[in-house]
Design a binder for this molecule. Structure first.
Ligand code: HEC
Length: 491
């Protein structure tokens, strides 16, 4: 039955248009009657129109009443709309009653139309938001200066995320949970539970915790069924809160790690450099192969991506040869410099290899100083450092590499303790926790879909769900005289 009420309530936004149409047309015809008398509306027809209109108005009001109980609407607007709508319905009844007294009828009709306009306007604001009709001059992320490092973090990155995902329910029109996210001041005030963010501590911030709840969980924001925050958007919000949630600071002032700098750039719509051209890269690769005596091969059937292997050149391949790879820098995904003569200084050439996924530097003269040259390799996933002089100090330089998942460290001076700590920092615990929650929710769904049948066999383990106990099997008669079954008196 509840479902029926909710359904009827939701008909309101449709049902209101019928009385609106009827009464506007009626007003028009009555007006035409005065101005150009031939457009006469006879008393019989007028009574018919009025009774249909009255019925439609009452139906719409009834549906509206049901909807008010169900929807999450702005309370002040809802209250106004409710009373205006009700007055309108009552006026249509009065109009019906006074239809035979022309002057009274005319003034009542006039009042009805005014009320109709007012109720309709607020109704529109309720469903679409107060600024629906005003074309918004968005604090557009596109209109920002081309250098993402100069963009204002709150105004150009954080605020647009809120505008897109949250303001419909947490803005000037509706402020669910008493929380408004339409300005830094409003945000700082917090909601009914208290502050929504804790500067410097993303994990302790209500806003982040709500966003990280599993989609199915009560309290997940934005609510299920509404457009959700993307992982990138969450990462940007978390970064801003961790940096102290300031207003008015520029991206550069918060010194974002390279991965965040990239997210900011892509969020602001700064175009990424296009991938290098395959044919040109393959041609250059062939030339360099011959010149340097190394192997350079395409990694994929399409695209320009290359794997270069200099290992077998040993001492023949040094810093000068590495520098020669410059024309194919952007196309390199894998690079093997193991056992070559490259030095810390020469690794500066790696700065341009922004797309590098795998890098082998084992058995080279590499030291901690060389590791600092890797800081811009935001795509790097695997790094082989075995048999080099790197220490725990060099490890710190790798902290800004968000995708680094595998390190080869045999025969180095890095300690397992420091590496374990590093690994913990590299792991995106938040994302993993969210995925685990999703997995457990899915597990519950799978279990709820599983069929089981029970033919009364005793179960090896107790059934997971409480249910009727399986019928007990009769104990088979035993031949052993020692354990002679007791004769039951009724046998
Ligand atoms: C469709 C409407 C809707 C959208 C969109 C929405 N919220 Fe909410 N939000 C609510 C409602 C309703 C409540 C109050 C009920 C509750 O606490 O769950 C709420 C409460 C909250 C609260 C708790 C406030 C307090 O102090 O108790 C936070 C924090 C929050 N929302 C954050 C967000 C963020 C961040 C976004 C955007 C990423 C967002 N919400 C988008 C409807 C929405």
């Amino acid at each position: 039955m509840d479902q029926l009420w909710i359904f009827l309530g939701r008909l309101h936004p449709i049902a209101v248009h019928l009385p609106i149409g009827i009464f506007l047309l009626l007003a028009l015809v009555e007006l035409a009657d005065r101005v150009a008398p031939p457009a006469r509306l006879g008393p019989g027809l007028r009574t018919l129109v009025l009774s249909v209109g009255l019925g439609a108005a009452l139906t719409a009001a009834l549906c509206g009443w049901l909807l008010a109980a169900d929807g999450s609407y702005d309370v002040t607007l809802l209250d106004r709309h409710r009373w205006l709508g009700l007055s309108f319905s009552l006026l249509t009844a009065l109009l019906f009653a006074v239809r035979r007294w022309p002057r009274l009828y005319a003034s009542t009709l006039f009042a009805t139309i005014i009320l109709l306009g007012a109720a309709g306007h607020i109704g529109g604001a309720l469903t679409h938001g107060e600024n629906y009709l005003r074309p918004t001059v968005a604090t557009s992320r596109r209109s920002v200066s081309p250098d993402p490092m100069q963009a204002l973090v709150f105004e150009h990155v954080v605020q647009p995320i809120f505008e897109q995902r949250c303001i419909a329910c947490h803005g000037p029109t509706k402020s669910n949970g008493d929380l408004r996210l339409d300005s830094h001041t409003q945000l700082a005030k917090g909601g009914k539970t208290g502050p929504a963010i804790k500067a410097g501590e993303a994990d302790a911030s209500l806003l982040v915790r709500r966003a990280h709840l599993p989609l199915d969980a009560k309290g997940h924001m934005p609510p299920r069924g509404k457009p959700q925050l993307t992982d990138d958007e969450v990462a940007l919000l978390v970064w801003w809160i961790e940096a102290g949630a300031p207003a008015g600071k520029r991206v550069a002032e918060l010194s974002p790690p390279p991965a965040i700098a990239e997210l900011v750039a892509s969020y602001l719509g700064v175009p990424r450099p296009p991938p290098p051209d395959r044919a040109a890269m393959l041609a250059t690769a062939e030339r360099l192969e011959r010149k340097l005596g190394i192997l350079i091969r395409p990694l994929t059937a399409e695209g320009p991506w290359l794997a270069a292997n200099a290992r077998l050149q040993f001492a023949q391949f040094g810093d000068a040869e590495l520098a020669e790879l410059a024309p194919i820098s952007a196309a390199l995904h894998w690079l093997d410099l193991g056992e070559t003569a490259v030095t810390d200084a020469g690794l500066a050439a790696l700065g341009a290899m922004k797309n590098l996924r795998r890098l082998q530097l084992d058995r080279t003269a590499l030291t901690d100083a060389g590791l600092t040259r890797l800081s811009g390799l935001t795509q790097l996933e695997l790094l082989n450092l075995h048999t080099t002089q790197v220490t725990d100090i060099g490890l710190m330089a790798l902290g800004g590499l968000p995708r680094l998942r595998t390190l080869y460290l045999w025969n180095t001076r890095m300690t397992p303790e420091a590496v374990a700590k590093f690994g913990a920092q590299q792991t995106n615990r938040r994302a993993i926790a969210r995925w685990e929650a999703e997995i457990s929710a899915l597990g519950a769904r799978i279990r709820s879909e599983q069929f089981s049948a029970n033919f009364g066999e005793a179960l090896a383990s107790p059934p997971a769900m409480p249910g009727p106990p399986p019928p007990t099997k009769p104990v088979p008669a035993s031949n052993s005289s020692k354990a002679a079954p007791k004769v039951r008196p009724d046998l």
